[in-house]
Design a protein around this ligand. Structure first.
Ligand SMILES: C[S@@+](CC[C@H](N)C(=O)[O-])C[C@H]1O[C@@H](n2cnc3c(N)ncnc32)[C@H](O)[C@@H]1O
Length: 347
């Protein structure tokens, strides 16, 4: 499973149930902090048209794969790679899985045999063998993009597939904020691109966007908007920097001991106590939408009372409380159970 801070895979039934109670079984739903895309996908499966967005590029890859496809893409310009008995997608993954590793950016910046550019000691996010394989796959994808061998949908599907494989072998405890000193059992396995499932339920008449919720809100018209903001100061751009680099296909300067890319352009105001209210205000005011479902948590920067007191100026609110299993990194000593809240706001 995708270990993503705030991932709502366990609350899907609840969110869909609430949505059905409010707008019925059809309509347009926006999910403007969509992350892994699990909530958006569930909306699609339940018959809604979905407008999904997030500020992160890797999220866009997940959203395109889950919302705009109902089967694997055709890869029309790569038919020379077709293997008998396999689909084009499977043939391409077989080809990429068989590439010879190369000593590129991931090898140098994120593996123990590499020599980081900034003079810091080698990092251990991946075994050297896996880092070389990731480099080879990234280079081939960039080559295909430059030479117009794959279109933007095919690019997103292949990057989504690579990210899911990378998540399985990353030597981390939950997020990419730092690497572990000893390689874990999973991280010494060879990286392997596995065909991902494509949803054939519901429509592909969905829209995927990328950007700050505060900016995209004015371009959205929906019957209901689900908002799942960050709850704490932990910035997604810092905690998932490696996935962002895979999605962007660039080679940024890897800074400090942990090798983070410069992520200031994706700094979220929802992670700061002083800016979060203005950001909520902009989203709620600017969007053409009568109703918002907002996830929040006991762990949040604001208490539930502070948040509800603030939201009441925009319309009627009700709060439901759900007991939820906390996202924990392996060493965390925080209690296992936590209360999650769903706020309904009618403008
Ligand atoms: C709690 S997570 C959402 C998880 C998602 N519901 C899921 O199930 O995977 C919060 C998301 O908000 C995004 N985010 C944070 N600040 C944002 C902003 N200002 N605009 C758009 N997205 C933002 C993060 O990139 C992250 O993916």
């Amino acid at each position: 499973m995708y270990r993503y801070i705030g991932n709502k895979s366990k609350l899907l039934d609840y969110i869909i149930g609430k949505t059905k109670d409010i707008i019925g079984k059809s309509g347009t739903v926006a999910d403007i902090m969509a992350g892994t895309g699990m909530v958006s996908l569930e909306y699609r499966k339940n018959g809604y048209n979905v407008i999904a967005s997030d500020m992160m590029t890797y999220s866009k890859c997940h959203l395109i794969t889950n919302l705009l496809n109902s089967k694997s893409p055709e890869f029309k310009n790569l038919t020379s790679l077709k293997i008998a008995g396999m689909s084009m997608y499977e043939s391409i993954l077989a080809y990429l899985n068989n590439l010879e590793g190369t000593e590129g950016y991931f090898y140098n910046e994120f593996s123990p045999e590499g020599i980081p550019n900034n003079g810091y000691p080698p990092r251990k996010y991946f075994t050297s063998k896996n880092a070389k394989k990731i480099d080879a796959i990234r280079q081939e994808l960039e080559n295909w993009i430059q030479n117009k061998k794959i279109n933007s949908n095919e690019e997103a599907v292949l990057k989504h597939t690579l990210i899911m494989a990378v998540n399985k072998v990353a030597n981390i405890s939950g997020t990419y904020g730092y690497f572990l000193s000893k390689f874990t059992k999973n991280s010494i396995e060879d990286i392997f691109l596995e065909p991902q499932e494509f949803c054939n339920i519901g429509s592909t008449n969905n829209k995927v966007m990328q950007g700050f919720a505060e900016d995209v809100a004015k371009n959205i018209k929906a019957d209901l908007c689900y908002i799942d903001p960050p709850y704490t100061k932990r910035q997604y751009a810092a905690n998932y920097h490696i996935l962002e680099t895979i999605a962007r296909g660039d080679n940024p300067i890897a800074q400090g001991k942990s090798g983070l890319r410069d992520w200031w352009d994706q700094h979220s105001k929802f992670c700061t106590k002083t800016r979060i209210r203005d950001s909520f205000k902009k989203v709620i005011k600017d969007m053409d939408c009568p109703c918002f479902l907002i996830s929040y948590s006991e762990d949040g920067l604001l208490s539930i009372n502070e948040l509800v007191d603030f939201l009441e100026q925009f319309g009627e609110t009700t709060v439901s409380t759900i007991d939820y299993k906390r996202f924990r990194s392996n060493q965390s000593e925080l209690p296992n159970k936590i209360q999650e809240y769903i706020i309904e706001l009618y403008k």
